[in-house]
Ligand binder design. Structure first.
Ligand SMILES: [Zn+2]
Length: 342
């Protein structure tokens, strides 16, 4: 199982900024120290190529983002001050999901230790999301001919409004969002399937809703690829969540959903999504659990213990996987020399 990271692009944030920048590097470190992934499985994300970005976002917005010409209102909506490092990281975050998509199509499951930036719309960023990596990867997968239908399963506690809006008229992409109904964004977009949960929903209500939603989504979407937004902000400990899942309940979410998808032989791309627990270590631990479950499903855990459900992925078709010479998401050929860089 391959995982792509971009936390080595440090971005300057003002004192007291609420974005949990440290959780990304902390997660990568924990994956290594806990033996969930080995160093050779972790790779620095390459920046998303401009054509792949422009297949989703408007040229005027992308140019303003790249050149630091977003106005104050646009930056306030995005939630970050502009810097060159921020642009590098945003492109790498989207590129990580592209790289992981290619890897998942080859190996069955792969992921990005960032991304899931589902509030980014075609012409503006919002809620800490500058570029919509899920949409960029889905467009690329369709455009490359690798797949004909994509399911974006968004389990972050916030609705995937940007993704829903971007694919409102794209029949080949099915968007499914399970979220807190009273949470951000106040104005929801229409996904193909939205499930809004009331404040304070706990494990059992959440899992029952997930099971029903996932079955409906699979039936309607008939996907050949699944992009998984595994935000851990449904946790009761989350500052922004408003739901009340326990860490065990959240683990059951990932165990159920990822096992279900893999039992259908579907390639799955993990993206990180939100997580704002207090303390933030609770979010890191929850993300770690998601990756532990995925790593075990990949059938090649870094710690070679017994695994009942370890089955190698079998491609559904012989053709259709992206070629090594594809124009987007170029695979890095060198390994990181400073894996602990922050
Ligand atoms: Zn969220």
């Amino acid at each position: 199982m391959r995982a792509y990271y971009c936390d080595h692009h440090a971005i300057p944030l003002p004192e007291g900024h609420p974005f949990p920048l440290g959780k990304y590097a902390a997660l990568r470190q924990a994956l290594l120290s806990q033996g969930v992934l080995a160093a050779h499985q972790l790779r620095p994300a390459q920046p998303a190529p401009l054509p792949a970005v422009l297949a989703v976002h408007g040229r005027a917005y992308v140019t303003a983002l790249l050149e630091g010409r977003l106005d104050t209102a646009a930056l306030r909506r995005l939630g970050f001050p502009w810097s060159r490092a921020f642009v590098r990281r945003a492109l790498a975050s989207a590129g990580g999901t592209l790289c992981a998509t290619r890897a998942a199509l080859q190996e069955g499951i792969a992921g990005n230790l960032a991304g899931g930036t589902h509030h980014a719309h075609a012409d503006f960023g919002s809620g800490y999301c500058a570029l919509n990596d899920l949409a960029i990867a889905a467009r690329w997968a369709l455009g490359s001919g690798a797949v004909e239908r994509v399911l974006i399963l968004d389990l972050d506690v916030h609705q995937g409004d940007g993704t829903a809006a971007l694919f409102a008229s794209e029949e080949r992409v099915f968007t499914c969002s399970l979220h807190g109904t009273r949470n951000f964004p106040a104005r929801k977009a229409a996904s193909d399937l939205d499930v809004g949960l009331p404040d304070g929903s706990g494990d059992e209500d959440y899992l029952a809703a997930l099971e029903e939603a996932l079955e409906r989504a699979l039936e309607r979407a008939r996907p050949e690829l699944v992009l998984y937004q595994g935000g851990v902000d449904p946790l009761a400990s989350d500052r922004l969540g408003r739901l009340a899942l326990s860490p065990e309940g959240l683990a059951r979410r990932d165990e159920y959903a990822l096992s279900r998808l893999r039992s259908d032989g579907l390639p799955v791309v993990l993206t990180l999504g939100g997580g704002y627990s207090d303390p933030i270590e609770l979010s890191v631990a929850a993300h770690l659990t998601t990756w532990r479950i995925a790593s075990q499903l990949a059938g090649r855990p870094a710690d070679p213990g017994p695994s009942d459900n370890a089955r190698p992925w079998r491609p559904r078709t012989a053709s259709g996987t992206p070629s090594a010479g594809s124009s987007t998401g170029a695979e890095p050929t060198s390994r990181p020399t400073q894996r602990d860089a922050r």
